[in-house]
Write a protein that binds this ligand. Structure first.
Ligand code: 2F8
Ligand code: CA
Length: 231
């Protein structure tokens, strides 16, 4: 309630609204300018309390948000670490699986990451290549002396088809190409070979001496297949 001043004009007490005073007798916490009238222009205690309450709530909210943010960040860090561990395990498992790729089927010999089959039977070059393909392989491609040495140790004095043949143009062998389309870089020709005798020697053999010779593709010999093991 506002304080009012009571006057006496002979007819008893009366209220003088013109001298009604504002309630901010003590120094107001906010603007309480002179000349303004009414309690609404003045910051009362309640307003200050509400402001303090709001400030406290805001501070509390900031603290809660900071804690939540810290927890989310912690959780993300932990998830990242889990992912890293998972990747490491996956990489290890893949490595182990690759090692199992060294295994070759029965009758196939492993060497240099490939599996090799040395036939006892005989066939033409084209038949031999088809038989290799039926096993998911191809006639052997001899890439380097190490592979040649491996073949020598296991060919047991047979005469075997290799996966090498001549590219003939205008009746002449122009170059030799492996069945995987790679170029002939390493070779182990017998002396005087390849000679394309009678112009019909398009396919290449490994002789019982282990040296190479070109011979007619329609003759039957043993053969050597090669394949990469599947994982
Ligand atoms: O080594 C010379 C020559 O010997 C044979 O022909 C007589 C070979 N023929 C076959 O193997 C069918 C040639 O290829 C070889 O060059
Ligand atoms: Ca020859």
């Amino acid at each position: 309630m506002d304080d009012v001043v009571y006057g006496n004009m002979g007819r008893g007490l009366w209220e003088d609204p013109t001298v009604s005073r504002q309630k901010c007798r003590s120094p107001a916490p906010g603007p309480c300018a002179e000349g303004t009238s009414g309690p609404r222009q003045c910051w009362g205690r309640r307003t200050v309390l509400v402001a303090l309450g709001l400030s406290a709530t805001a501070v509390l909210c900031v603290i809660i948000l900071s804690v939540l943010l810290a927890r989310v960040s912690q959780s993300l860090t932990s998830t990242r670490k889990d992912l890293k561990d998972f990747r490491a395990e996956l990489s290890l498992a893949t490595g182990l699986q690759n090692r199992s790729c060294q295994l070759c089927s029965t009758w196939w010999l492993p060497a240099q990451g490939s599996c090799y089959f040395f036939s006892q039977a005989q066939a033409t070059w084209a038949e031999a290549q088809l038989l290799c393909l039926a096993s998911g392989a191809h006639l052997v491609v001899v890439g380097d002396p190490e592979e040649q040495n491996f073949l020598e140790r296991n060919n047991e004095n047979r005469t075997s088809w290799l996966g090498l043949r001549g590219i003939r143009q205008l009746g002449k062998i122009q170059r030799y190409l492996w069945v995987d389309d790679s170029q002939l870089i390493f070779s182990y020709w017998n002396q005087g070979e390849p000679n394309d005798e009678k112009g019909v020697e398009d396919c290449v053999l490994m002789l019982s001496t282990n040296l190479w010779n070109d011979a007619p593709c329609d003759k039957s010999y043993s053969w050597i297949c090669e394949k990469k093991p599947k994982c």
